[in-house]
Design a binder for this molecule. Structure first.
Ligand SMILES: [Fe+2]
Ligand SMILES: [Fe+2]
Length: 331
């Protein structure tokens, strides 16, 4: 039997459980928060006063902060890339004529995620601190450029990727929220914190998917996990560019801002890996094939190796000027 068929069989075997995962990890549409819960009500007579307040508070936030918030927003806005990618993964079938649990999951997850870019985009627009047109151009470029995350159509690799990324976004939104609160921006702080909460639920769900697969096909799952870590988990917005720029050019500059600000760092990457090793109990997996056992040992040693590398790593302190955040955003 080919590797491809084993994956398909495992996905089909787990599929009846997905309905339960949706109930456990997602929140019904009518109960969950919506962007307008955190934004001025445009039907209210106080709308302009509330917008004034947002604009006043926004003046206290620094240059790296705006760049990071803009790039986080654009990353969320590129959701069409993620949904179309996941829909194409082996075993996630939206065409089989009956309701497939996995495609239902992807749609429901997308529906929750869609609120993130929505609320942040509206906030940025009202803040008056950023160049919305440049942000829109970058967003259009990013969706058009797609991404290359090295997962192929493999569900195992894709779920490792999403488990990792959901926690990475939880960390960065949470930290941006804390900074906003510190600088006297309670509304923005609330938005970021509530988004971070969604990301955490999604992380827990994908983490569970991997664990369930691990129970069915430990060899295949460990090999897929190790393969993803060898390639490194790239950010979904790694193709980020500004107007007139080339693919990926803006990403490195943004990444430096996020590092400087401490919103998402090389240490976070290592900490996430350690957490995944722990939760999936990689250290105690036994009865693996020789190849899978080698992958297991590699995964257990990797955090320490990355730690040594990260201690030598340096990132630029130079302030690059983005088209998204012009002089008006500089403090
Ligand atoms: Fe999100
Ligand atoms: Fe997410």
């Amino acid at each position: 039997m080919s590797i491809k068929n084993v994956r398909l069989e495992v996905m089909q075997a787990i599929e009846p459980k997905v309905e339960g995962f949706i109930d456990e990890f997602l929140i019904p549409t009518e109960k969950i928060w919506q962007p307008t819960d955190f934004l001025p009500d445009s039907q209210s007579d106080h709308f302009f006063d509330e917008v004034e307040k947002i604009r006043g508070e926004a003046k206290e936030l620094g240059y790296d902060f705006w760049v990071t918030l803009v790039a986080d927003t654009i990353t969320e806005e590129a959701l069409p890339t993620y949904e179309s990618w996941l829909m194409d993964v082996e075993g996630i079938d939206q065409h089989n004529g009956k309701e497939n649990g996995w495609s239902k999951w992807v749609r429901a997850w997308t529906a929750e995620e869609n609120r993130h870019g929505d609320v942040l985009n509206k906030y940025l627009y009202l803040s008056g601190r950023v160049n919305m047109r440049e942000i829109e151009i970058t967003t259009q470029h990013l969706i058009s450029d797609g991404f290359d995350i090295g997962t192929d159509r493999d569900p195992y690799k894709n779920f490792v990727y999403t488990t990792f990324q959901e926690l990475a976004t939880n960390i960065s939104h949470k930290r941006v929220g804390k900074m906003a609160r510190k600088k006297g921006n309670p509304l923005l702080a609330k938005m970021c914190t509530i988004i971070a909460g969604d990301e955490m639920r999604h992380h827990l769900a994908y983490r569970e998917f991997v664990k369930t697969i691990m129970g069915q096909d430990p060899d295949g799952m460990v090999l897929a996990f190790a393969d993803m870590m060898k390639k490194k988990i790239v950010m979904p917005a790694h193709f980020l560019r500004e107007s007139g720029g080339t693919i990926g050019e803006a990403f490195e500059q943004f990444s430096n801002c996020a590092q400087r600000l401490g919103v998402y760092t090389a240490q976070d990457y290592i900490d996430i890996l350690k957490k995944l090793n722990d939760y999936w109990d990689i250290g105690n997996l036994r009865g693996l094939s020789d190849q899978a056992d080698k992958a297991r040992v590699y995964l257990m040693k990797l955090p320490e190796r990355l730690q040594r590398i990260s201690e030598r790593m340096q990132f630029s302190q130079d302030q690059y000027t983005f088209k998204w955040v012009e002089a008006n955003g500089r403090l």
